[in-house]
Design a protein around this ligand. Structure first.
Ligand code: SF4
Length: 340
């Protein structure tokens, strides 16, 4: 009989791991809290660094999960872990030979950085709001006009001890570059400024895109963190910053301020860790067995990780990691049942 694996989370990591397991003759069951599969990528318009529409990557995965007849329990949450599977909040027992935690991340709540006025000022939005606007086909100011001057602020809710988020979210620098280019493509005469602490371009093609943003699109990069934003009487946003390269204070008005919100550990990690007797790293993400040969394993045999449950990751890295997770699960099941 096929071995059965419960996957907690039906986003990109959970679905891709399910497909990888299925191709290895293992029966996956996806448990997803939402009523739809797809997770946060559903909100995304285009992916860095290639500008591939997010739906061109996500939809084929969803279609394959469906056509493979992988069982998906939607609108369900795991309450606790049993020796032989998981118990849902509905008290249903789902038996399994192993479990994969693929619960992803939470977005940093921009309201917590009160100095930027998110939720108060009309034209202060987050990078996620901007993706949604792009998905809806129109980026505009609150009064329906087009922005002519836009500032994008990096590291909102990342590398910031004041909000207990010391880690780098890894993907927001390249997201800021991608969004700046998309804004320039939409509004060629607009001025777009990226305010950053460091530019971290770790992936293939990222550095090239960063150069293209400067050389071809004339996007301005200012090294400095915006200290505060205030709304003017004509609904513009006045920002104060320091250009740390020249050492000069800087004050300017923009039509729109985009906050590049970071990836935080999933808000449910604490409850899930307590229910499964797993530990969390100091930043709230799940602690892996080790960083090298056990990066997709937990400290408990039979419980594995996939995707951004353990750290911020790009979609490309998340999809690649799914096959590592599936291989680790397959090895575990083979050892477990061959030794009986
Ligand atoms: S990737 Fe860039 S914007 Fe994101 S937290 Fe790291 S340094 Fe800041």
């Amino acid at each position: 009989m096929a071995k059965r694996v419960v996957i907690v989370g039906g986003g990109a990591a959970g679905m891709q791991t399910a497909l990888e397991l299925k191709s290895r003759g293992i029966e996956p069951i996806i448990i997803e809290r939402d009523m739809d599969l797809g997770g946060k990528v559903r909100d995304w318009h285009k992916l860095f660094p290639s500008f591939t529409p997010a739906s061109d990557v996500l939809q084929p995965i969803i279609d394959k999960v469906r056509s493979s007849r992988i069982r998906c329990l939607l609108g369900q949450e795991v309450k606790t872990f049993a020796e032989d599977g998981v118990i849902l909040r509905s008290e249903e027992h789902v038996p399994a030979d192993a479990v994969v935690i693929a619960t992803g991340f939470s977005l940093f709540d921009a309201h917590r950085k009160q100095e930027y006025g998110y939720g108060l000022y009309h034209n202060v939005i987050t990078s996620v709001d901007l993706e949604r606007m792009m998905n809806n086909g129109r980026v505009m100011l609150a009064d329906g006009t087009e922005p002519r001057r836009i500032a994008i602020l990096h590291c909102v809710g990342s590398r910031d001890e004041k909000v207990c988020q010391k880690h780098c979210s890894k993907v927001c620098c390249i997201t800021g570059v991608k969004q700046a280019i998309e804004l320039k493509q939409m509004f060629p005469t607009a001025d777009v400024f990226n305010f950053y602490m460091d530019i971290r371009m770790f992936g293939p093609g990222y550095e090239e895109l960063y150069r293209e943003a400067q050389q071809r699109y004339n996007i301005h990069f200012v090294r400095g963190r915006i200290s505060e934003a205030a709304q003017t009487i004509n609904d513009r946003i006045q920002i104060k910053a320091e250009d740390t390269l020249t050492g000069r204070p800087l004050r300017m008005s923009v039509d729109m301020l985009v906050l590049l919100v970071g990836m935080s550990a999933n808000r449910d990690n604490e409850a899930l860790a307590a229910a499964s007797n797993l530990s969390l790293a100091p930043n709230g993400y799940f602690q892996t067995k080790d960083s090298f040969l056990g990066a997709v394993q937990s400290e408990r045999p039979g419980i594995f990780y996939a995707g951004a449950a353990t750290a911020p990751k790009s979609l490309a890295d998340t999809l690649a990691e799914a096959s590592m997770t599936a291989s680790a699960v397959e090895r575990y099941l083979r050892d477990k049942y061959n030794n009986r």
